[in-house]
Design a binder for this molecule. Sequence first.
Ligand SMILES: [Zn+2]
Length: 406
Amino acid sequence: MKSNLAYRFELKPNNVQRTHFAKCAGAARFAWNWGLDERRRLFREKQGHERLTNAIEQHRRLNALKKTNFPWMYEVSKCVPQVALQNLDNAYALYRKGRKAGRKVRLPKFKKKGRARDAFAFTTGAIRAEGTHVILPRIGRVRAKEPAVLDGRILRATVTRDADRWFVSFTVVQEVKDSQLPTGSAVGVDLGVSHMSTLSDGRVFENPRPLHSRVRKIRRLTRDLHRRLEGSNNRRKAADRLAKEYLHIGNIRKDALHKATTCLAKNHSEIVIEDLNVQGMVTNRHLARAISDVGFGEFHRQLEYKCRWYGSHLTVAPRFYPSTKRCSSCGHVGDKMPLSKRIYECESCGLVLDRDMNAALNLVAVSSTETLNAGGDLASTTPPRASRAGSMKQEMNAVIPHGIGG
Ligand SMILES: [Zn+2]
């Protein structure tokens, strides 16, 4: 079976390379904005026909203008604006798809310097990983913070900046060998706010809730930022401090989620989760911060690809399955439980059980009755050797690599 994987490494660029990275990010942002501007103009002129142009046509037109209007673009690989225009194309395709499905979607927006995350990508040219170095088109050898080891054919290299640190993410396609399915039993997983997840076998994954403990620090840093004069050096420094804090929070959260989802997907033949309408839940103002802090959506996303990766089944309980209201012992469905009520008490059989545990047991009960395979493909896969080095370093991208903002 062939699958797409992404490997991410932190880079240690020198000053010349940093400047070049910034130029590439600028060219990508420029191409995106130029393409978006043209699309909007065409839309106005042709009154509503969105599918007027595509990335290939736009790249041809941009190239024709390069010589006379944008000579500075010759400093970066031609691949950079090309990929940015492809990303714009993908963004429009997502928009059309979302609208067709009746979802609330927004049109692609212009990218403002300092607002959108700096990013650019290469799909052709000299892209390699060699020991402690990474080789990129027009830039050459860039030092990596740790040995960059990867197998497979590289499809794409995306360079991003996070709080003044540069990262490269390689999308590779590799052949993965068939192996045995995980042999562990089925497990129900209840996601919660007090514990990140409660398992039907009694285990609990705790929730680091990084934002919760840092709300005051974030507030202080934000206040600090807005006190500084716009455009000043001190304001830039304050913005860097805030960005660094957010990056740190994100890393703590991601690490905990990766540990939990890897453990589940690797050791259980079937995992049953709730169909959480996360978007709907986050619009509840009181729950919003707690839920974003736990990262429910990210939990689902990771479980989905890791189950496919390790060859385990992911079962999503039906939308309105009463996992919290139902008694896991006798099946009696009680009244709605307010969030403050932490203990489940059954009126019918007298069962008294922790609320989350009861829900997890109800979920695992679904495994034998309903089996919707979220992965779609039952073929088992072995994780590549390098994957055991650390869960945060790489992820498998389900179908297409995420489009980067130009
Ligand atoms: Zn009962």
